[in-house]
Design a protein around this ligand. Structure first.
Ligand SMILES: [Zn+2]
Length: 87
């Protein structure tokens, strides 16, 4: 067996840092990226309330992420939300 160094091209989303081997897949990702405010997803919404981690020391059970507008958070994350607000 021989070890060789191989350089590869990756197309990286500058917002979420996800990498793609094909430029066309990276381009398609633009319309779905949760970090792009143009897609109006929860990750860029001012109403999004991040999850709190549980604490064993304080007996705090934690709290899941939620929406300040009362919209149910689903997977995949909602996009083009009517209630979206800028952060
Ligand atoms: Zn992205």
């Amino acid at each position: 067996m021989a070890i060789v160094a191989k350089l590869v091209t990756r197309h990286i989303c500058t917002l979420c840092h996800r990498g793609f081997s094909k430029a066309s897949r990276a381009k398609a990702h633009e319309g779905f990226c949760n970090r792009d405010p143009a897609n109006r997803s929860c990750m860029t919404c001012g109403l999004f309330e991040r999850a709190d981690s549980a604490s064993w020391d304080d007996a705090y059970p934690g709290c899941p992420a939620s929406c300040g507008a009362g919209i149910e958070l689903t997977l995949p994350m909602p996009r083009n939300c009517q209630s979206w607000e800028a952060q």
